[in-house]
Design a protein around this ligand. Structure first.
Ligand code: KG4
Ligand code: ZN
Length: 347
């Protein structure tokens, strides 16, 4: 049994998509190391993540990344109290690499294994360093594969309030960037282009799915951008090639404004529904400045104002700090997995 005062060091492993990551976090808050090997360069030319390429790259990187995380944390393997791994949701062929590495380490080091939901870990990334969380909170998790709203009252049981019924917000950013022939990943490229554009230039649709819905739908706006660029029948010339930089910037800014508008309004709706005192924001799209600013304005404008906690930029996109940090709560509650743990695509 762990003595109450002894610090708890957890090695976290993350391989759910296209980042191979490992981190050592002490007591859920003190980040001793965070190593991320990004595969962006490998997937760039395909305009999206290719699962087989991702899987192979994880296999190549997993051992050096874990080794570096342990070395940089300046701990011995004996100092590690548990091995945590994101086992769902994600690409199964990618998750399996992290899960296998974690199970192997747990077995040979004789340490407990902790299974982590990748989306719950994104949520945790907004509160890794925050000590004073006023509950209940609504968490908006916006990543490449998911867009979810949670009712958050404890780290172990976030309750799903709504999620996307088609494309995720990040996926929409990536696909629209592809249409606009902007580089991959699309989110940062659209954000950069949008800075020089007019967000009111084009009125793209904002799908609210009815007055009470907390679900999202982003495939309509993606199609609207496609039609705008290629014509309703898709038979017209690809106008993107002949558009000026300003026209591309206007499309990017108008698209970003529509996505952010929906995300902020739905978060407000969820907050009203559960009487949230705090809003948490995490996931890759949480790096978006417009979203951060508009969500802050929304939080300031309510009576009483809500506190907004946003994941630091380095923990918005996939990382293992969020995995190890959340695992600390499972460690304290003694919620351990066994060596039959499997990766799961859904979650
Ligand atoms: O959370 P994440 O690293 O991976 C998943 O779990 O999916 O999120 C990646 C997503 C990509 O779709 C990327 O385009 C988006 O986050 N993203 C952004 C920004 N930075 C990354 N979207 C909008 N604005 C950004 N600045
Ligand atoms: Zn993610």
């Amino acid at each position: 049994m762990q003595s109450a005062k002894k610090p708890v060091n957890i090695l976290g492993i993350e391989t759910s998509c296209d980042e191979t990551a490992a981190a050592v976090v002490t007591d859920g808050r003190i980040v001793k190391s965070s190593i991320i090997a990004s595969q962006t360069k490998l997937h760039e030319k395909y305009g999206g993540v290719v699962p087989e390429i991702a899987s192979r790259a994880h296999i190549e990187k997993i051992y050096p990344v874990i080794t570096e995380a342990i070395q940089q944390a300046d701990v011995t393997k004996d100092d590690v109290d548990a091995i945590a791994v994101a086992n769902q949701p994600g690409l199964t062929v990618a998750l399996i690499v992290g899960v296998t590495a974690a199970k192997t380490l747990a077995l040979i080091l004789d340490k407990p294994l902790i299974a982590i939901n990748h989306l719950h870990a994104h949520l945790q990334s907004a509160i890794v360093t925050d000590e004073s969380l006023h509950l209940p909170a609504v968490a908006l998790i916006v990543s490449g594969g998911h867009t979810c709203l949670y009712d958050y009252r404890s780290p172990l049981e976030p309750k799903l309030l709504g999620s996307t019924i088609d494309d995720a917000a990040g996926e929409a950013f990536d696909k629209v960037a592809n249409i606009l022939k902007l580089p991959y990943p699309g989110g940062p490229a659209i954000e950069k282009a949008a800075k020089k554009g007019n967000p009111n230039a084009i009125k793209f649709p904002r799908s609210m799915l009815g007055p009470d819905s907390l679900d999202f739908s982003f495939s309509g706006i993606k199609t609207a951008v496609l039609y705008y660029c290629r014509g309703q029948d898709m038979k017209g010339e690809n106008k993107v090639d002949s558009m000026s930089k300003k026209q591309i910037a206007d499309i990017a800014a108008s698209f970003q404004a529509a996505i952010v508008d929906v995300l902020v309004k739905k978060t407000k709706r969820a907050a009203e529904k559960i009487g949230a005192k705090t809003i948490l924001l995490g996931g890759g799209v949480a790096a978006n400045s417009q979203l951060r600013t508009d969500l802050q304005k929304m939080c300031d404008s309510t009576e009483p104002a809500k506190k907004l906690l946003i994941a630091p930029k380095q923990y918005c996109t996939d990382n293992a700090v969020m995995v190890a940090s959340l695992a600390y709560h499972k460690f304290k509650a003694e919620i351990f997995a066994n060596l039959t743990l499997e990766p799961k695509a859904t979650g």
